[in-house]
Design a protein around this ligand. Sequence first.
Ligand code: S3P
Length: 164
Amino acid sequence: MEAIYLIGFMGSGKTTVSQELAKKLEVAVYDTDQEIVKLAGKTINEIFSIDGEEKFRELESKVLYSLPLKDAVVSTGGGIIGSEKNRAFLSGKMNVVFLNAEFSIIMERLKDDDTRPLLSTNNIEAAETLYNSRIPFYREAAFIEIDTSCKSVSIIVNEIIQRM
Ligand code: S3P
């Protein structure tokens, strides 16, 4: 099986869905953020505050290209589509799934989260601008789009499998 890549904004459900999907398909699961943390030996917040976003993006691309291309589900960070090279890497593949959720639902899901340096619930306008600016890039890179706003994880997993 070709690796399945889940893309989408923070809080769209990529991590949770990737775990259930991989379990159902009996393949390995990877999360680019977790791989970056392992590689850097620092948390995402530390990488952003100590090394800067540019360094984080460098590590993110490195991780993306190094993960297995077969028998895997890969959950990607929300900003993975910011790089043209990453978009080209993803859009050349059939199994790229864009998990999309309404902005208000994302903000509700992440209201108590302090692990995402680019998302501040105190600056909703900036977060919404970032969300709106990224949607076309997710669409450009993905083969399948699924609205995860009001669906259970098992429904989303089944929908991905059916549409593959
Ligand atoms: C980011 C999303 C995060 C993480 C980092 C930057 C982004 O991943 O990679 O905080 O730019 O959208 P999730 O999408 O898994 O939250």
